[in-house]
Design a protein around this ligand. Structure first.
Ligand code: FES
Ligand code: FE
Length: 399
């Protein structure tokens, strides 16, 4: 292992400096696309509020299309989503004094109780670019004067065709792809969640997980990199940026099957091929997981500096209703309870338990990383090189 990826000296300021911008990104990376809602959460004629990187955003569906606007009325600052009022197509109305905004550009189009008010047509609420694909509504969040956003695709995981024997899994934007999933608000900085998703060293937290035992899946005590190239950096010009653990390459990763010092031996007899990759601004792709030919995507969307929205999505190709129904049955009775909840609840526990150290004890400068953490260090460096801006605390009384 070269010193560029080795984490032996973790905890020193020299290492921290190699990815200093990442350490500063408490509130997350601005000027990126993030998932906001599942499509099914937003019925036509309704509106819902979310927060991403300190931006309070209301998503309103009108005539089938999802629009994103600031969730702060310009009049007295209440959240529009506190009591959504959708009185006509193409508008959203503030429930308090009736300021009514056009969805296309946020212009104040009328005030319910004063249609001749001099402010009408002259004031605006902020809007955000949004797109909807395969059951997910995405919003581009960041600086108001950023200009034209890059394509959504550049902020999502991509399939990397570097294994001729592999059957490529479904992409989130691909036609004919069916997705199911859940999202939940968790305690913990978004970076701790992202790093946990990639972490090759955390198999121990999954040691007793039902799904692995039920499938008799081989679970080593650890998988350790034997060469620098075990973590592949993917940097597509104007496209996705990520790091991938090449678990598919036995010459790059070797499993640890026993540790006599603690009387532990690997469990399970069924080998299972999968691999993980983590992408800027914070999404994970686990190919061939939970089952072969499926793919689990995760998003770690910053809400504020101590909370993130944890998205878990499983995607499959399903071109007919029959195929979708078949997958839905498997999803509802097996994949959601045993994988997204059972298995990943162990990750949730770990992330929430990590937060205290990084919040109260400056964990970024008081961690002692080991060889197993080298792909996390590779991720931090990659993420530090590709930021388009920081989210900042929106609160007046904070730095
Ligand atoms: Fe929204 Fe007054 S606070 S209209
Ligand atoms: Fe895990």
């Amino acid at each position: 292992m070269s010193s560029s990826t080795s984490a032996h000296s973790g905890g020193s300021s020299a290492v921290t400096r190699q990815y200093a911008p990442y350490v500063e990104a408490d509130w997350g990376y601005a000027n990126h696309w993030y998932p906001a809602l599942f499509s099914h959460e937003l019925e036509d004629g309704s509106a819902k509020g979310i927060t991403i990187g300190g931006h309070d955003i209301v998503i309103r569906r009108s005539a089938g299309k999802a629009y994103a606007l600031s969730d702060r009325c310009i009049h007295r600052g209440v959240k529009l989503s506190a009591k959504p009022m959708c009185l006509s197509e193409g508008t959203i109305t503030c429930w308090y004094h009736g300021f009514t905004y056009g969805l296309d550009d946020g212009t104040l189009t009328t005030i319910v109780g004063n249609p001749d008010d001099s402010l009408i047509g002259r004031a605006k609420i902020r809007t955000y670019p949004s797109e909807e694909h395969n059951g997910i509504i995405y919003v581009f969040v960041g600086d108001e004067d950023f200009g034209t956003p890059p394509p959504l695709e550049s902020d999502l995981p991509m399939r990397v065709n570097n294994d001729p024997n592999d059957n490529p899994v479904a992409h989130l934007l691909e036609e004919g792809v069916h997705i199911r999933g859940i999202r939940r608000t968790l305690v913990g900085n978004w970076r701790l969640a992202a790093e946990n998703g990639l972490d090759p060293g955390h198999l121990l937290v999954h040691w007793d997980n039902t799904i692995l035992l039920a499938l008799n899946r081989a679970l080593p005590l650890g998988v350790n990199a034997v060469a620098d190239s075990a973590t592949e950096e993917i940097d597509i010009p104007d496209g996705p940026k990520g790091v991938m653990n090449r678990y598919d390459r036995p010459d790059l990763y070797q499993p640890v099957l026993e540790n006599p010092k603690v009387n532990m031996e690997a469990r399970g007899g069924e080998q299972h091929y999968f691999r993980t990759s983590l992408w800027v601004p914070g999404s994970l792709m686990v190919e061939h997981w939970p089952l072969t030919d499926q793919v689990q995507y995760e998003f770690y969307v910053p809400i504020d500096d101590h909370h993130h929205m944890y998205w878990e999505v499983i995607a499959v190709r399903a071109s007919s209703q029959e195929e979708r129904d078949k997958f839905d049955f498997q999803y509802e009775n097996f994949l959601q309870p045993l994988a997204l909840e059972g298995f990943n609840d162990s990750d949730v526990f770990a992330r929430e338990a990590t937060e205290e150290h990084y919040t109260r004890f400056d964990g970024w400068n008081n961690e002692v990383l080991c060889d197993m953490d080298y792909s996390i260090v590779a991720w931090r460096k990659m993420a530090a090189r590709h930021l388009r801006g920081f989210f900042e605390s929106p609160y007046q009384d904070e730095d």
